[in-house]
Design a protein around this ligand. Structure first.
Ligand code: UDP
Length: 410
C-alpha cells in the first residue's frame, strides 16, 4: 500500500461568504451527479511546493461534497528524487538530462509503486512527472486516468519531453495551468486548461488584521511605520531576488525610508538553494534595511501571511513562473502587486488594473515609487486584484473544474 496522506476536514459551506452562493450551488449540483465516485490523487510528496499546498485543501473539499477521495504518496528514495529533480528541471528547460541509469531508476520506482496501488478506483489523478509512467503499467486499476501537470512545459529540453509525452498520451485526459504549457504530440488526448487556486481560509491566506500583521512583522525587526516592499519565494535564480534588490536600491534613492523583506523557504537538503541564498545575502551587502528571512527563522504560513498583509508593495519579479501561487496570495490580501511579465503571472495580473507587469528592475522600481507616492492608486489596484482572485483563483472554482472533468468522464 502507498502512503496515505491525512488531511483535516473542510466544509464547502464555509466558503460561501467569500466566493458567493452561485458557485457553491453549481459545485453542489455537479457533485450531486457524482456522489460516491472513488477518486485517488497520487503525488510524489506531501510536503513543500504547490502540489501539496493545493491538495491539502482540494482533497477535504472533494470529500465534503460526497466524492470518496484519497491522497496517496508514492514510495521513493534518494536515487529516485535525484533523478526526478533532474527530470523536473529538464522539463522546465534545463539542458541537463537524465542518464540511461537515471531513466532506469525512474522506471524501477514507477514499477514498484504501480504494483502497490490498490484497484477499483473510478478516477486516478497522477500529479506531475514523477509517477507519470504508472498508468501504462496498471491501467486496470482505475476506470479513468488523468495526468495533472503543475509545471511549465513551454520550452522543455527535447530529450526529456520526448520521453514524457508517450506516457501522458495514454491517459484519458491531461490537465495544464495554461494553453502554452501543453506539449506537442498529445493530439488524441483530451486536454483541460485549469489554473490552480489558493485556499482563502488557510492560515496563509485567512484575514489578518493590520494590527496583528504589524505585530508579527515588528517581531522580525521590520519598522512597521515605514514603507516595506516584499517578495515571498524560494531562493531560486528564476525568482530573481537580486533583481528585487536592484529595484529596491533605486526606490530607496528616491524614498530612503523604504525597507525590503525577502521571505524564502529553504530545504535543508538543497545545496543549490543554500548557495543561492548565500549569494543573495552577499548581494544585500549587509544593508540593514534589506531583511532576508527563511523558514529556519521560523517564517511559516502565518508569518508569510503577515508579511503579505503588511507590505506596501508585494513583488514577484520572476523571470520564469509556472503559475505563481504567491501572486494570488498577495493579491488576495488586497496589496498593490508588481510581477514579472512571464508564465502564469499575466493570467493573474492585468497590467495597470489589478497590479503591474514589469520586465526589468528599473521598471519595477518606477512602479513601486508610483504606488508608494499615491496611496489611492495602491488601494485601487489592491481592491481590483483581490476581486480578480475572488472570481478566478480560489479553491471552490478549482473544485468545480475538477467536478466538470469527472462529469465528462463518468
Ligand atoms: N512559500 C512559503 N514560504 C516561503 C516561500 C514560499 O510558504 O518562505 C510558499 C508560498 O507562499 C507559495 C508556495 O510556497 O504558497 C510557492 O508556490 P509558487 O507557485 O509561488 O512557486 P514555486 O515555489 O512552486 O515555484
Amino acid at each position: 500500500m502507498l502512503q496515505p496522506v491525512l488531511v483535516g476536514h473542510k466544509s464547502l459551506t464555509d466558503y460561501t461568504h467569500l466566493v458567493g452562493k452561485p458557485l457553491i450551488e453549481e459545485v453542489r449540483q455537479l457533485a450531486g451527479e457524482l456522489e460516491g465516485l472513488r477518486v485517488l490523487h497520487l503525488s510524489a510528496t506531501a510536503f513543500g511546493g504547490g502540489v501539496a499546498e493545493i491538495l491539502y485543501t482540494l482533497v477535504p473539499l472533494m470529500r465534503d461534497v460526497g466524492i470518496e477521495t484519497e491522497w496517496q504518496v508514492m514510495l521513493g528514495r534518494e536515487e529516485f528524487y535525484n533523478a526526478t529533480k533532474i527530470l523536473h528541471n529538464a522539463l522546465q528547460g534545463n539542458p541537463e538530462g537524465l542518464s540511461p541509469e537515471q531513466w532506469q531508476i525512474f522506471a524501477k520506482y514507477n514499477e514498484m509503486n504501480a504494483k502497490e496501488i490498490e484497484g477499483g478506483w473510478d478516477v486516478i489523478i497522477v500529479h506531475d512527472p514523477q509517477p507519470a509512467a504508472i498508468h501504462q503499467l496498471v491501467p486496470e486499476k482505475a476506470r479513468t486516468w488523468i495526468w495533472r501537470c503543475h509545471i511549465d512545459l513551454s520550452t522543455p529540453n527535447p530529450a526529456a519531453i520526448e520521453r514524457l509525452v508517450p506516457f501522458v498520451r495514454s491517459y484519458d485526459g491531461a490537465v495544464f495551468h495554461l494553453e502554452q504549457y501543453v506539449p506537442e504530440g498529445l493530439d488524441g488526448t483530451p486536454i483541460h486548461i485549469v489554473p490552480p487556486a489558493i485556499d482563502p481560509l488557510s492560515p496563509k491566506n485567512m484575514a489578518f488584521s493590520p494590527e496583528d500583521a504589524a505585530y508579527v512583522c515588528d517581531q522580525f525587526g521590520i519598522d512597521v511605520d515605514r514603507p516595506m516592499l516584499c517578495q515571498v519565494s524560494r531562493f531560486d535564480p528564476w525568482k530573481d531576488p537580486m533583481g528585487v534588490i536592484d529595484a529596491y536600491h533605486q526606490v530607496a534613492e528616491q524614498m530612503p525610508a523604504t525597507q525590503l523583506a525577502l521571505v524564502g523557504s529553504m530545504a535543508t537538503d538543497d545545496p543549490e538553494g543554500w548557495e543561492f541564498f548565500n549569494q543573495t545575502m552577499a548581494y544585500a551587502d549587509g544593508n540593514p534595511d534589506i531583511h532576508i528571512f527563511n523558514n529556519l527563522n521560523n517564517v511559516g504560513a502565518i508569518e508569510v501571511n503577515a508579511f503579505q498583509s503588511q507590505a506596501d508593495v508585494m513583488i514577484q519579479k520572476s523571470t520564469r513562473e509556472g503559475f505563481g501561487l504567491t501572486v494570488s496570495e498577495a493579491l488576495w490580501k488586497a496589496r498593490p502587486f508588481i510581477g514579472g511579465d512571464v508564465g502564469g503571472i499575466p493570467l493573474q495580473v492585468e497590467d495597470g488594473e489589478t497590479g503591474y507587469l514589469v520586465s526589468s528592475a528599473s521598471e519595477c522600481a518606477e512602479r513601486s515609487v508610483a504606488i508608494l507616492e499615491d496611496p489611492d492608486l495602491g488601494k485601487r489596484l489592491g481592491r481590483a486584484g483581490k476581486e480578480h482572485v475572488r472570481q478566478r483563483f480560489l479553491t471552490p472554482r478549482l473544485l468545480r473544474d475538477w467536478l466538470k472533468i469527472f462529469g465528462a468522464k463518468a
